[in-house]
Ligand binder design. Structure first.
Ligand SMILES: [Zn+2]
Length: 147
């Protein structure tokens, strides 16, 4: 029940978000390069995927790309059906492409970011590491390293 519990939950989330500013974001090369390749392949449509990984307090490590089933890739939009994502997915963030650029979140993206994990990537053409940006749940740009 429990209003109390929910308050604690919210407070924890806010602290977590603040902490994220000093949190390192590490991405293994395979999930990131796979997502970039998928973005190229599907161009000029928009690609979207989820990242799975670990968050140990000091660093977020992205280890795996999940391509949601029945995704709908379109010109200028993409979406997936959240009920097809297994509940134990532990998705830690998302990746999507902006075929028309720039690698900056739209207003819709910000709504999606706020409820889908702490780190979100947007890639613009030519879909390289340099044309990819990482954002926190509030849409603030944060750095990342590929390892
Ligand atoms: Zn977008």
């Amino acid at each position: 029940m429990t209003h109390g519990t929910s308050e604690i939950g919210e407070r924890k989330t806010k602290e977590d978000l603040k902490r994220l500013v000093e949190t390192k974001v590490l991405v293994k090369s395979r999930p990131l390069l796979t997502a970039l390749q998928a973005s190229k392949n599907i161009f000029p449509d928009e690609f979207i995927g989820l990242f799975r990984g670990k968050w140990n307090g000091e660093a977020i490590t992205i280890e795996e790309l999940i391509i949601p089933p029945l995704s709908d890739y379109g010109n200028g939009f993409s979406s997936y059906a959240p009920w097809f994502i297994p509940p134990n997915t532990n998705s830690i963030g998302s990746f999507h492409s902006h075929p028309q650029g720039p690698a900056r979140p739209s207003r819709q993206d910000l709504q999606h970011f706020a409820s889908n994990g702490p780190v979100h990537f947007i890639a613009a053409p030519p879909f390289t590491i340099k044309s990819t940006a990482c954002f926190d749940a509030k849409g603030k740009k944060i750095g990342f390293e590929m390892k």
